[in-house]
Design a protein around this ligand. Structure first.
Ligand SMILES: *Cc1c(COP(=O)(O)O)cnc(C)c1O
Length: 392
């Protein structure tokens, strides 16, 4: 019965029945007016999720990594300089992608568990009097460490140094779960994927692109074909697609947007905040520590938790999967064997989360962790009971 269990990995997330059903459809001709009638309103509605009125939304058949590539290859030229902080596996992989595109990356090395350092960004930008840095990269939610970065503070740092660089933000594991404001924060490209907050199968990368980023794409010379903004926008302008679209996923996205709007985006954020706070109550009751260094960095979508000295976090996630048929996130890169991660984003409820906390305790007890069975579950129960009137 393992297929009955939800997953607690931070993406791909659990797919609600309503969305699975919406994706289970016969082929529709993507050159028909039916397709255009579906697709154009989906792009418009995605603007509300990105919180952009000025930007365009582009949807590629790809995972989130392709979204990074689309952002970089359309707006930059080989040899261009970009500024980025490395503080987790995802910020690291984005830097690697830039380097493989022939960009020069000015990397600010940060301890994993910290956020994007707005003050250091400002320092680097102020020193760049000739404006050689063409883009600043920020990972809004570092899924490897459970750290949320302050994008607005980075925008303020860019403004304070009067630097004209583009601001690119990875919001793959935050959009549609945590507040994100593309226009207000002056984000030039925001990148997300379908399989996290949007609760869908993997396979659509969504980009919010500002007019300034579109203008940069006019002169950028990195090679691109599949991800070319011009081809995509040209086809989209009449409701078409430059190649075969991921049709079933787009029908799923229509339904996902309806689900999110039915609940209300602010309620969606509140639900994630509250469920995450309950998970942290449990972690605290276990006497364990988060990888995220301080409360303002705590992510509402994923918690990365240090296992006690002398324990192997892989043994814990193996036990959870092998004995209890439920998946949790492993530690990535230097955190391998040292942290495990609880994904609490997307279609998450109190009841599902409590089951995840309870089963984690069972596996920890099996492995001789110094925790009391039921202590974390009880702490989360108390928190959820206390705060339930705020949820939908
Ligand atoms: C999941 C994720 C990605 C994209 O990964 P894909 O596997 O390519 O979809 C990028 N950044 C962050 C922060 C993520 O959590």
């Amino acid at each position: 019965m393992s297929g009955q269990n939800p997953v607690f990995i931070p993406g791909p997330t659990n797919i609600p029945d309503r969305l699975r059903n919406a994706m289970s459809i016969q082929t529709v001709d993507h050159r028909s007016s039916e397709f255009a009638g579906l697709f154009l309103p989906v792009l418009e509605d995605m603007k509300k999720v990105f919180k952009t009125a000025e930007g365009q939304v582009l949807a590629y058949p790809s995972s989130g990594t392709g979204g990074w590539e689309a952002a970089i290859s359309n707006t930059l030229s080989p040899g261009d300089k970009v500024l980025a902080a490395r503080h987790g596996m995802f910020s690291h992989r984005w830097i690697d992608l830039c380097q493989r595109h022939g960009l020069e990356v000015e990397v600010i090395e940060c301890e994993w568990g910290t956020g994007a350092p707005a003050d250091l960004f400002e320092e680097h930008l102020s020193k760049d009097a000739e404006h050689q840095i063409k883009a600043v990269l920020v990972t809004h939610n570092e899924t490897a460490t459970g750290v949320k970065s302050d994008v607005e503070a980075v925008r303020d740092a860019m403004n304070a140094s009067s630097h004209p660089a583009l601001l690119f933000v990875d919001c793959v594991s935050s959009l549609a779960s945590m507040d994100f404001r593309m226009d207000e924060w002056g984000v030039d490209i925001a990148v997300t994927g379908s399989q996290k907050g949007l609760m869908l199968a993997t396979g659509i990368a969504l980009l919010g692109v500002s007019p300034k980023a579109l203008q940069a794409s006019e002169s950028a010379t990195c090679p691109r074909t599949f991800f070319d903004f011009k081809d995509m926008l040209g086809a989209n302008s009449s409701g078409g697609y430059p190649y075969t679209p991921p049709l079933q996923l787009l029908y799923g996205l229509r339904e996902s947007l309806d689900m999110l709007f039915d609940e209300g985006m602010e309620n969606v954020f509140r639900r994630h905040r509250r469920i995450a706070a309950g998970v942290r109550e449990a972690i605290n009751a276990w006497g364990l520590e988060l990888c995220a260094k301080s409360p303002e960095l705590y992510s509402d979508t994923v918690s990365a938790i240090w296992v006690p000295e002398g324990f192997d976090s892989n043994a814990l996630t193996d036990r959870l999967l092998g004995t209890y048929a439920v998946s949790f996130g492993i530690g990535l890169g230097p955190l391998h064997g040292k942290v495990f991660r609880i994904g609490h984003l997307g279609a998450m409820t109190d009841m599902v989360m409590l089951s995840g906390i309870a089963v984690t305790e069972m596996a920890m007890a099996d492995l001789g962790y110094p925790i009391e069975l039921g202590s974390g579950t009880r702490a989360a129960q108390e928190y959820y009971r206390r705060t339930t009137s705020h949820s939908g």
